[in-house]
Design a protein around this ligand. Structure first.
Ligand SMILES: [Zn+2]
Length: 394
């Protein structure tokens, strides 16, 4: 069946068009058209709102009260469906440092998770091979350096499930590990790292081509043995082909900082992510970072999770529609630029831009319909309507 979207702002790869129609058939986008002749099909009136490519979030930990690390199919479904109802059409469930037993059972759960609304593109491993000093909220007892045999076992058990891996490149054994990951096409990202600029530049040569949540848990100008060094941040700017991601919740990265990054790197190198924890998409005032245990209790206020003593942020609770609205309405970026940073850029970073990430003929009909105030009205994944504000509950 054909669908014709019209009467709104359509965000095409070459800009926002108000007089265009977008036609889809089955799972695919047929054509963005300016034709006066209408094909047979269901007409979707955008009512002056917006039609965008679905958001691709390749760094998130949970939502709707569930964390991917809860280790159940239900938790996967809950988190994915929650984000899907906010405009995410494809995502990468993200791990934290944990025991191998926990990790391997997570692989099984991920394989079993079906009917998740948003498409699972593969797992994002955040850790366990990260810096103790920059571990952030990760559990210290599981943070470690890579062991060649362990890496082999993880890769074997994952059997193609891992699509990106965030690590600290300065750790011993990382060069060898990077070689193995790149051979499997896994995106290698610098994260929770104490590296100086030269170490990141060297690691870029091995295949570390992306920076995980830039400006969170990484180095900038620092001193080692009285000598001043540039850090991870400066390496991101120096290396033209290094891509980066920013937490777009409007709390972790202030407006001016996002402006600097986008100005220096360009929207084709910057992805906006949620990095959201389990409280995303729910209206609780208390939650847990990771396992629901007493020591992991956090409070939710001002649109962010905080440690109970309010000394630190403990995670984002953003959904992608919030990230989009924040960047457009609060930070003043043009909608088409924000759309690029939330769809085409992450798709390209993952090597999936031939099939998704923009409203181009032949690509998957992964679509978000928003009203004039950028509130999500409808979400389609592979041409199937998975959310409708008129009929579904979030
Ligand atoms: Zn994370």
């Amino acid at each position: 069946m054909k669908r014709i979207f019209e009467n709104g702002h359509i965000v095409l790869p070459d800009g926002v068009k108000k007089d265009a129609r977008l036609i889809t058939e089955g799972e695919r986008i047929l054509e963005p058209a300016f034709r006066s002749e209408l094909p047979e099909g269901e007409v979707i009136d955008l009512r002056g709102g917006w039609l965008l490519p679905g958001f691709i979030d390749f760094h998130l930990h949970g939502g709707g009260g569930a964390d991917f690390m809860d280790g159940s199919v239900e938790a996967f479904q809950k988190a994915c469906m929650t984000h899907c109802a906010h405009g995410t059409t494809a995502l990468c469930p993200t791990t934290v440092a944990c025991s191998n037993e926990e990790l391997f059972s997570l692989f099984d759960v991920c394989r079993q998770a079906k009917d998740t609304g948003a498409d699972i593109l593969g797992l994002h491993m955040e850790g366990p091979y990260i810096s103790q000093e920059f571990k952030g909220a990760q559990t210290p007892q599981f943070v470690r350096s890579p062991d060649a045999r362990e890496v082999d076992e993880i890769l074997e058990r994952a059997d193609g499930l891992i699509v990106r891996w965030s690590s600290a490149p300065e750790l011993p054994g990382m060069k060898e590990m990077t070689k193995k990951l790149r051979k499997q096409g896994i995106l290698c990202a610098v994260a929770h790292s104490a590296a100086i600029c030269e170490e990141v530049q060297e690691a870029f040569g091995w295949g570390f081509t992306h920076i995980t949540h830039m400006y969170s848990s990484c180095t900038t100008v620092l001193k080692r043995n009285q000598r001043v060094h540039a850090g991870v941040i400066e390496a991101a700017y120096l290396l033209d082909d290094m891509t980066v991601e920013l937490i777009g919740d409007g709390r972790h990265v202030p407006k001016e900082l996002m402006q600097v990054v986008v100005k220096l790197k360009g929207p084709d190198k910057v992805a906006l992510i949620t990095d959201s924890m389990r409280a995303a998409g729910s209206d609780v005032t208390e939650s847990f970072l990771g396992n629901p245990a007493d020591g992991n209790r956090v409070i939710i206020e001002d649109g962010v999770a905080k440690l109970p003593d309010r000394s630190f942020y403990a995670g984002s609770i953003a959904t992608t529609d919030h990230v989009f609205r924040n960047a457009v309405v609060e930070y003043g970026f043009p909608p088409e630029i924000v759309s690029q940073m939330m769809s085409l850029t992450p798709a390209r970073i993952l090597g999936r831009d031939q099939e998704m990430g923009s409203l181009a003929a032949g690509k998957r009909a992964d679509l978000v319909v928003m009203d004039r105030d950028f509130r999500v009205q409808k979400v389609y994944v592979r041409g199937k309507k998975v959310f409708d504000a008129g009929t579904s509950a979030r």
